[in-house]
Design a protein around this ligand. Structure first.
Ligand SMILES: NC(=O)c1ccc[n+]([C@@H]2O[C@H](COP(=O)([O-])OP(=O)(O)OC[C@H]3O[C@@H](n4cnc5c(N)ncnc54)[C@H](OP(=O)(O)O)[C@@H]3O)[C@@H](O)[C@H]2O)c1
Length: 336
């Protein structure tokens, strides 16, 4: 059978890299095209993709439509995994995909489950979903819960500072379950979902485990032998942060990051939005029903990698996200 031709925007990013790995792991089933903005073509990450058999195609979403349509003419499945703040670029992407008769568009979802109107970041994505539906483009929207890689606190010993993102973990009373996924599993789920007719024009939740923040901290304590101080972030603090940041976020990137992060935490940590039950209520299919035999990475084995010094940090070369995360922590700790 001829391979499914998959094109990916954002192939060198965190989510995009996982997707490339998942597609490559599926062997001859896919041929992969990385649609890369001209300014990034010479980045080492794209050289590495090329060495691994990925075709690199120049693609400028801010340019005229015709070259976009031409670049998509031979594509079966188009996947987008661009940064949270670049979502609008998907409007011309979806329009070009429709004109090129792409068989399925997977827009940049890849976040936690939540209803519309709950989080600014999700609402930006919702604008794209609405555009897709208006132009009648076949789609699959894939959410993935919260990455394992940003789900756990640091240890007092400093032993895992090399990899822990240090974002707040204990929200509310710490007892609200939330779907978690190893970033590396995302691509392996995507490789199954995009060739599955059952997922066409559907929302899909791919997740590995359902855990509460207290369970996360207890597991890290059990494996490390350390005692982790419990610093719970209250609903009231989150609401105050959101209110203040909402006045400033349009002109201040760190306030936008604070607003987006606090809204996320309120959604999964207090409202309990990010669960398979809620996903089903919202009309999603889930991986546990469609792919019961999927061998996901367990949370315990991921934490063991972290403790063994073998885990890979996320956003390693992204200074902007790293410094925004530090200012988020300082704000939540009341230091900024
Ligand atoms: N579920 C979770 O826990 C979680 C965590 C983080 C993020 N996310 C979601 O995952 C999605 C992907 O985020 P990420 O952090 O994985 O991305 P990322 O690492 O920031 O990478 C973004 C990629 O998008 C490309 N890109 C950005 N703007 C573009 C444009 N206008 N045209 C073409 N390419 C463009 C970048 O290419 P260049 O090389 O050209 O810069 C880069 O490869 C986000 O939308 C976010 O909401 C979810």
């Amino acid at each position: 059978m001829a391979p499914t031709r998959v094109a990916l925007v954002g192939a060198a990013g965190q989510t995009g890299s996982s997707i490339v790995e998942g597609l490559l792991e599926a062997g001859d089933q896919f041929s992969i095209v990385a649609l890369t903005r001209p300014s990034s073509i010479t980045k080492p990450a794209n050289g590495n993709l090329k060495d691994r058999g990925v075709e690199i195609r120049s693609f400028d979403l801010s340019g005229p439509e015709e070259p976009l349509v031409e670049a998509l003419r031979d594509i079966d499945v188009l996947i987008c995994a661009i940064a949270a703040t670049d979502q609008e670029a998907q409007i011309p992407l979806a329009t070009a995909a429709k004109k090129a008769q792409v068989k399925r568009f997977v827009p940049c979802a890849f976040i936690t489950v939540a209803p519309p109107g709950r989080m600014m970041l999700r609402d930006w994505k919702e604008d794209i979903y609405n555009h897709i539906k208006r132009i009648h483009l076949p789609y699959t929207i894939i959410d993935v819960g919260w990455w394992y890689q940003i789900s756990y606190p640091r240890l007092p010993s400093g032993k895992i500072d090399y990899v822990a993102m240090n974002v707040p973990t204990l929200i509310g009373d710490g007892n609200v379950p939330s779907a978690l996924t190893d970033l590396r599993d995302i691509g392996r789920y995507v490789a199954k979902i995009v060739v599955d007719e059952r997922t066409l024009n559907k929302y899909f939740l791919a997740y590995d485990e359902l855990l509460t923040p207290n369970q996360v901290v207890e597991e890290l304590e059990r494996l490390s032998g350390d005692t982790i101080p419990r610093e719970y972030l209250s609903e009231q603090t989150l609401r105050e942060k959101i209110e203040t940041a909402s006045k400033l976020y349009e002109t201040d990137l760190s306030q936008a990051f604070l607003k987006a992060s606090a809204e996320y935490m309120l959604s999964w940590g207090i409202n309990g939005d990010n669960t398979p039950d809620n996903a089903k209520y919202l009309g999603y299919l889930t991986c546990k029903e469609l792919y019961p035999d999927f061998q996901s990475i367990s949370y315990t084995s991921y934490l063991q990698e972290v403790l063994d010094g073998e885990a890979k940090p996320v956003y390693e070369d992204n200074e902007e996200i790293r410094s925004l995360t530090i200012s988020l922590r300082e704000s939540m700790d009341g230091k900024a």
